[in-house]
Design a protein around this ligand. Sequence first.
Ligand SMILES: Cc1cc2nc3c(=O)[nH]c(=O)nc-3n(C[C@H](O)[C@H](O)[C@H](O)COP(=O)(O)O)c2cc1C
Length: 350
Amino acid sequence: MLKTSMTELFGIKHPIMLAGMNWITEPDLVAAVSNAGGLGILAVARCTPEETREVIRETRKLTDKPFGINQILIGANAKENIQVAIEEQVPVINYSLGKPWFIDQVHAYGGKVVGTIAIAKHAANAAKLGCDALVITGHEAAAHGDAATSLVLIPVVASQVNIPLIAAGGFYDGRGLAAALALGADGVSMGTRFIVTKESNVHENYKELVVKASEQDTLYSHVFDGMNGRVLRTRAAQQMMNKGFPLFEAFKGAKEVKDQMRLSYPQFIGMSLKMLGKEDEGYMPWIMARQAVGTRRHLMAITKGDIDEGILFAGQNVGGINDIPSVNEVIERTVTEAEEVLDKLQKTRV
Ligand SMILES: Cc1cc2nc3c(=O)[nH]c(=O)nc-3n(C[C@H](O)[C@H](O)[C@H](O)COP(=O)(O)O)c2cc1C
């Protein structure tokens, strides 16, 4: 058993978190991770507030263990979804991309707030605001890591903040977990590893492509959804890298955003102009249009298994992911291997 400030804070058995992944970390997968002793995180950015309440309640039917929600704080429904999670007293509220306004409300019912950051300066700010723990995302990660790799980012953040740290980006086994602990983290968050499990709802084509991929088979760019992020090297991803962003698709994407948010054209244009004034906060409608394109292509891959036209967010750790085990197997073998590594390292001391 590994006891860390992460397991203590959340009241969980193992220092392993399921990274929140929009469209993927749905109730079954979340409950499987929590039931196996980790911390399952339900991604609700795709949800309306009503759907958020539904998936929270569905998860509660599947597990009586602690779990959390993940919400990207920019974009539609963020405020409302967070409010629903607070009303439902979800034990852990994990946010990314934005400033949390709800920390006191979550603490009032005994919940914990976990910020996700990829830059050390943001970690210090989030700790000052009152976050209980932080997910620190390295460059290796699927989707949106920044410039610094986990090897550099974890110790830099660990030197600056004094709350539990959960390392994300590149982790998939016990050696990684032991290394994260050595670097100053208190546990790991795994995304790509849990995508490729029996319980994950992702299309088998996606899973098999990850299993076949080497550590060289990812691309990192802003062309996929408007923010720097990492995807598998597929034909569509390579084409987007070579040709730049598909303009026509972006306009379609912008319309999809407008429809999703149930806005009229004047409202959409008004909102866009307002958002343009907040360009530095990443709220630009252009970014939202790009996100819509990314989401569309992402869904083609995860639901239809279209690995030619679809985009598959995945981390560099695809190179070490070679099978499709159950969630329980992933967690048990990660912990066992980490314990073995720590024992072996202990023996190197003379
Ligand atoms: C398909 C996919 C969807 C994601 N969606 C979200 C999301 O909705 N919110 C978020 O904070 N992070 C999201 N992420 C990032 C993950 O939470 C996590 O940081 C990343 O998967 C960790 O890297 P790893 O895949 O190397 O383990 C997503 C990642 C993937 C692969």
